[in-house]
Design a protein around this ligand. Structure first.
Ligand code: ADP
Ligand code: MG
Length: 852
């Protein structure tokens, strides 16, 4: 093992200390294993003369705990004294603590509660390249503190990748420090396709890669295998321990759910070679010395917005190429290494280049709620390191409004403040608070956990098993919610002590049920920590109704109404529509869906709704007085082209009930019909070009001759005029043949008509023409006269004026073929100038005409 003071980080220690002294902010990039996490906090403590704590932010609990233990050991102090750590549910610190490793959520809550960060001298953001949403938020908040109340607070941002330009710009002024690492070459081999249907499970492929590698080489050294989670790690260890080749190795897991002692065992060096099977914590957070072979399963658990459940979920996904590169590098720390990738080269090329930051891929409602609770209620204006997409922001704030956490003005409510204290998605926070009020906390935590985890139903093709399942559970379930079926099924599994075989007989998944129970217990303890206790108080409503109301509170944004009894098609709030899954037992007209899934069927996207719970109209009225809107409404119904009066009840934008309600008011009816006409959706036969030309003349005079006091016919006037024309009508049939021009002409007084005729005449006499020439007025205030070129011989320029002599007509001189030959507003100037050219050309083509 390298002695700490030989680690590459010490080559740049002076630069770090100097940078902090000079500008207070340092961006440090150095490869994994160079000593950032363990040494930088100690350099700050020993050499920077700081007063107060050094807080080191870690994206992972496992890393926070291991690093604290390691640093305490290096300094030979008891954990929790000078060096401590704080993660969710574990707090190993004391008043003596100077270096405190924390997970992101802990620091974020601390900054939001106390932006002055009392007692904190420096914050070290470790593993910033991971770009978790919480670390993005924490760094923005810390920067704000530095710029306002804590100019002396030191910030160090560390990253294992070199891509730190944007970070440097964000933190400016700051000092950039780079350290090199020592790396040996690593040979990467692709072990074949992983996405084929017949590909074996990833743990079996890992075991066979291990075996073939063991046979082919005589490399000594440890083996590091990457798997996405605890389950796959267990399977891999079983598969490897089943091989004769593994006998000379110690096979050890490394993930967050192990005891601290087991975690230590995996990272410490022993005498016999090891196979460590780890989550991606070993990708950059934790370095294990002596690894010469990496076997990469190529997957990781990644947080992503789960459309179906409307919350964030952790999904197993292929890692990016950049991640794979990092993982391979773990084999080249102490000598040349080998990396076996359990996928094909073609698949590799199809993978994402690098990971997208969480801020761009997860649901932001929990984040917005936290910010709002801290008084930051304009998320668009927040100084994000990378701004989220505006649609994601508005979707998140809409949800918070629907859940009652934010007012329509975007301000946090009483219940919103309470929800923000839960380390849970706001939906679940809201449901638990409601459940506490209604005395059904235990049932609702179980429902919440059933809706988050994998299904407790056993997929079974065996008919007899299915029948047993149906008989036992569905027949006897309360049909007001699909969750009641799941609750019953879970109860059955519990009676069978979650025994896999016994559960399978009734069609239930024992292990998934046991796990759901555990998650429910955790949720219950979260609720209890927030002061909610499961009590047995008397309630007027039946227990099923109380549970259903909690589901309504958590999913009111997914309220749905069947289009008809007997159909599964329905409309939903926020203008959506969907179809309830056939397997739902809920038959009521109104329900909330806890699951939404978009599915493409023959090119059409249908929204499938699942896990429904029946809801009653009276509940909406009582629980959402502000969102429940009722009354009569007069509207234009485009399907029958008629104005109708309906009495209507709505929940937000979803119409719950609508019935005809007598004759509509005639004023309202003509207004609505006029709107359709003005918008061009209905066409009145007599509103023709003569009407439009009249309007143009009126507007021409209004524009050029304000002394006439004629008001222009603008869109508002058009609406008023059309209303007058439509008065007394209810349908398109009533208005389509009505006369128009007479009413439009009444817009101006009889005296003003004189001005229209003289200042904007419809025609003008030209001496050489038999009948007068038309004048065309345009919306922009210009007027045109068009006639044969010869008609303008001997016409004095002066006479071609309108608007009381103020506006010269634009003269369009037409060739014998009626095509415009020239356009001018200065006829005299034309004869003297351009005419010579025009004549030359036209006289040649039309020699029989008169050309002066
Ligand atoms: P970085 O953060 O730059 O990746 P670290 O500070 O985590 O580097 O690690 C520096 C060195 O200390 C590495 O060589 C690593 O092997 C060693 N080390 C860190 N933690 C432990 C531990 N818990 N047990 C044994 N060695 C460790
Ligand atoms: Mg580190």
């Amino acid at each position: 093992m390298a002695l700490p003071n030989e680690l590459p980080i010490y080559e740049v220690a002076d630069e770090i200390v100097e940078g902090l002294r000079a500008v207070g902010r340092v961006v440090l990039s150095a490869p994994t294993g160079s000593g950032k996490s363990t040494q930088v906090p100690q350099i700050l403590l020993d050499r920077c003369d700081l007063e107060g704590e050094i807080v080191v932010l870690q994206p992972r609990r496992l890393a926070a705990r291991l690093l604290a233990r390691r640093v305490a050991a290096e300094r030979d102090v008891k954990l929790g004294d000078e060096v401590g750590y704080q993660i969710r549910f574990e707090n190993i610190v004391s008043s003596k603590t100077r270096i405190r490793f924390v997970t992101e959520a802990i620091l974020l809550r601390q900054i939001l509660e106390d932006p002055s960060l009392q007692g904190v001298a420096a914050i070290v953001f470790d593993e910033f390249h991971e770009r978790h949403l919480t670390s993005d938020l924490s760094i923005a908040c810390a920067l704000k503190s530095v710029q306002t109340v804590r100019p002396d607070l030191k910030l160090i941002v560390m990253s294992a990748t070199l891509d730190i330009d944007s970070l440097e710009g964000y933190l400016k002024p700051c000092r950039r420090v780079e350290a090199s690492g020592r790396m040996y070459p690593v040979e990467c081999r692709f072990m074949g396709a992983s996405l084929n249907r017949d590909a074996a499970p990833v743990w079996e492929r890992a075991a066979s890669a291990f075996r073939s590698h063991y046979k082919a080489t005589d490399t000594t050294g440890d083996v590091l295998i990457f798997m996405p989670g605890a389950f796959e790690i267990r399977k891999t260890i079983d598969a490897i321990q089943g091989l004769a080749e593994s006998k000379s190795y110690e096979v050890l897991p490394l993930h967050g759910e192990l005891s601290p002692a087991d975690q230590d065992r995996a990272v410490s060096s022993g005498s016999i070679p090891k196979v460590i099977v780890s989550t991606n914590v070993a990708e950059t957070s934790i370095t294990i010395e002596g690894v010469r072979t990496v076997i990469d399963g190529g997957q990781a658990r990644i947080a992503r917005y789960d459309m179906r459940r409307g919350i964030n979920s952790i999904l197993v996904e292929p890692i990016s190429r950049a991640s794979a590169e990092q993982r391979a590098g773990r084999a080249g720390r102490t000598g040349p290494g080998v990396c076996l990738r359990l996928w094909s080269e073609a698949e590799h090329l199809a993978r994402a280049d690098r990971d997208t930051a969480e801020v761009l891929r997860v649901d932001l409602s929990e984040t917005l709620l936290l910010l709002a609770a801290a008084g930051i209620d304009q998320p668009e204006a927040f100084a994000w390191f990378e701004s989220p997409n505006p649609q994601a922001l508005s979707r998140a704030s809409d949800l918070l409004v629907d859940l009652g956490a934010l007012s329509h003005a975007g301000l946090i409510t009483e219940i919103g403040l309470q929800m923000a204290r839960f380390p849970l998605h706001p939906r679940y926070a809201r449901m638990l608070i409601e459940a506490h009020r209604r005395g059904v906390l235990e049932q609702v935590t179980l429902i919440a956990s059933l809706s988050q985890g994998r299904s407790i139903y056993r997929a079974s093709r065996e008919k007899s098993v299915r029948q047993a399942q149906l008989q036992q559970i569905e027949d006897h379930a309360d049909e007001r919610s699909d969750f009641f079926v799941h609750l019953k099924a879970w109860g059955l599994a519990r009676e069978l002590k979650f025994n896999a075989l016994a559960c399978a007989h009734v069609g239930v998944h024992g292990a998934a049920s046991r796990q759901a129970g555990e998650v429910a217990r955790q949720l219950l303890s979260v609720a209890q920590r927030q002061g909610l206790v499961a009590t047995e108080t008397a309630h007027a409503d039946a227990i099923e109704e109380r549970i259903a109301k909690c589901l309504l509170a958590g999913f009111s944004d997914q309220l749905s109404k069947r289009n008809d009894r007997g159909t599964n098609r329905c409309r939903m709030v926020h203008g959506r529509s969907g179809e309830l899954r056939r397997e739902s037992i809920v038959s009521s007209e109104l329900f909330v869906a806890a699951e939404i899934e978009e599915r493409e069927v023959r090119g059409d996207v249908t929204v499938l709704l699942g896990m429904a719970t029946a809801v009653e109209l009276t509940w909406l009225e009582a629980l959402y007085p502000d969102d429940f809107l009722g009354g009569t409404k007069t509207t234009y119904d485009s399907s029958i082209r008629r104005v109708v009066c309906r009495s209507e009840q709505r929940f937000r934008d979803l119409v719950l009930e609508s019935s005809d309600y007598g004759e509509p008011d005639y004023d309202k009816a003509s207004e609505l019909l006029a709107q359709e006409v003005v918008a061009g959706r209905l066409n009145m036969k007599n509103w023709d070009s003569s009407v439009e030309q009249w309007i143009l003349r009126v507007n021409f005079v209004a524009l050029h001759c304000p002394e006439t006091e004629i008001a222009p016919i603008d869109s508002e006037a058009r609406q008023l005029l059309t209303e007058q024309i439509c008065h007394g009508a209810l349908s398109y049939k009533d208005i389509k043949d009505r006369p128009v021009l007479a009413t439009v002409k009444e817009w101006i007084s009889p005296e003003q008509h004189y001005y229209i005729d003289t200042y904007a005449p419809a025609t003008m006499d030209l001496p050489r023409r038999r009948n007068p020439a038309k004048i065309r007025y345009e919306e922009d205030g210009r007027a045109f006269i068009a006639s044969k070129l010869q008609d303008f011989y001997d016409v004095p320029s002066e006479s071609l004026k309108v608007a009381n002599g103020q506006v010269a007509l634009l003269v369009e001189l037409l060739a014998p073929n009626q095509r415009p030959a020239h356009l001018t507003d200065d006829l005299d100037g034309f004869w003297a100038g351009a005419y010579q050219h025009v004549r030359k050309e036209l006289a040649g083509r039309y020699p029989k005409h008169e050309w002066r």
